[in-house]
Design a protein around this ligand. Structure first.
Ligand code: TRP
Length: 425
């Protein structure tokens, strides 16, 4: 596999080096503010610009606003214990479930096995911990394990009929020496993302991810489109339903459903109807033909919580993360040892102030530990003015984290039965 080049993002690299501006300019991710402004309630993670970008989030906003069905799905690779680096995605999933979304969580054990080289016992060791955390945060919805979900595996196979090696090379930089299993796990992730629509019928589906997962989103969106039998085009004064792979009967079905529509070779033009009605008719036609009528999935992109040692928060660097099961003592040590945006000497820091914008401790507070905007703003200002020193700030942060972990662990006790139930099903 090649290194990160100018045209690929590598989901398996531990570098967090893709600038956000480049994501907007080069990859077609859009800033989230405008679409999110339409939400009935704007969550902290958008308001604080932690979730900064999206693809097609408008569909989800519409569904929330008009109380229409939508899904929210994510997957966790059980390659180590869940930690605060996973908390953002979990919160996004739970928030969208509370807005009316149907939740789906996949445990990506096949990915952990093929890409991270874990054996099956290791893959099993911590998968339940992810679910425990989700339930403790208020998650409701479906959960499954990739290696045990036959419907998912069948979907991965079908989806792979729409992908060839050059596309994998273009999207991921895969080359002649890439293991085939790596490509197979990519297809499992594609299937994860489309799976809610197999389970519950076509509906907008949100996948909240870090920017590193965008290649999977792009690939899946392309495949969802390729698996459609029709495209629908909103033209001036009429709507054109155009066949991609549809059999003749499906086209006639649509023609008959709209009186006054005109049928041509390969398309039907419809006047005087709405996009909504036509979309529904086309879905019915596709489903009747054994198709899936996938709605192209949507994604939101969040920044990464930086690790306490600098760089990414990662399960392979124990000091970089705080686990949900961390002891108070262990947590204190990691926080007190963390790198910060502080200056070389106390005198320098008093004179120039600290640099919260590059400080893992500040990010911890901004992401998860301080709910009140005024308090967060005040801390930032004190840091910038050289009034709040790193030692004090770390102590305050550790105290907040103590409260957070205590509360979290209390809630864990009351949801363990939900995890066991989920595994029995
Ligand atoms: N590849 C993801 C990771 O490395 C995990 C994952 C698997 C996933 N399937 C998914 C994420 C579906 C979002 C949607 O963490």
């Amino acid at each position: 596999m090649h290194e990160n080049t100018t045209s690929t993002i590598n989901p398996w690299s531990s570098e967090n080096d893709v600038s956000i501006q480049r994501l907007f300019a080069e990859f077609g991710i859009e800033p989230i503010d405008d679409v999110a402004a339409e939400l009935p309630e704007i969550p902290d993670f958008i308001h604080r610009n932690i979730v900064f970008g999206h693809r097609d989030y408008g569909k989800i906003v519409d569904a929330i606003k008009h109380k229409r069905a939508f899904n929210v799905m994510t997957g966790f690779m059980p390659s180590g214990p869940p930690h605060l680096g996973h908390l953002m995605v979990m919160k996004e999933v739970v928030w969208h479930v509370k807005q009316g979304g149907r939740g789906f969580v996949g445990i990506a054990d096949r990915e952990a096995h093929a890409v991270r080289g874990l054996d099956w016992a290791q893959c099993e060791a911590c998968q339940k911990d992810y679910l425990t955390c989700l339930y403790a945060l208020g998650y409701e919805g479906a959960v499954y394990v990739q290696s045990k979900n036959r419907g998912l595996q069948d979907l991965a196979f079908l989806a792979s009929e729409k992908v060839n090696f050059s596309e994998l090379a273009a999207v991921y930089g895969f080359g002649a020496d890439t293991s085939l299993a790596h490509a197979v796990t990519v297809m499992h992730q594609v299937a994860d993302i489309l799976y809610p629509q197999i389970a519950g019928g076509p509906a907008p589906t949100l996948v909240p991810v870090g920017i590193d997962q965008d290649p999977h989103i792009r690939l899946t969106r392309g495949i969802a489109h390729k698996m459609r039998l029709f495209t629908i085009e909103d033209r001036e004064g009429y709507i054109s339903v155009r066949s991609k792979n549809a059999p003749e009967e499906a086209l006639s079905f649509i023609h008959k459903r709209f009186t006054g529509s005109k049928k041509y070779a390969g398309h039907v033009d419809i006047k005087g109807s709405s996009m909504e009605l036509v979309t529904r008719a086309v879905q019915d036609a596709e489903l009747a033909e054994g198709g899936y009528a996938f709605v192209t999935p949507s994604a939101t992109y969040h920044r990464f919580l930086p690790g306490l040692t600098g760089g990414k928060m990662s399960s392979s660097i124990p000091d970089s993360y705080i686990g949900f099961d961390e002891t108070s003592k262990g947590m204190h040590k990691k926080v007190m040892d963390a790198v910060t945006g502080g200056r070389q000497t106390l005198a320098e820091q008093k004179e120039h102030g600290g640099q919260p914008d590059i400080c893992p401790i500040f990010f911890l507070n901004m992401f998860h530990m301080i709910k009140d905007d005024t308090e967060l703003h005040e801390i930032k200002q004190q840091c910038l003015r050289g009034e709040l020193m790193c030692g004090q700030c770390k102590k305050d942060t550790a105290a907040r984290m103590d409260a957070f972990l205590t509360d979290f662990n209390e809630r864990i006790g009351s949801v363990l039965h939900l995890v066991d139930d989920a595994y029995k099903r």
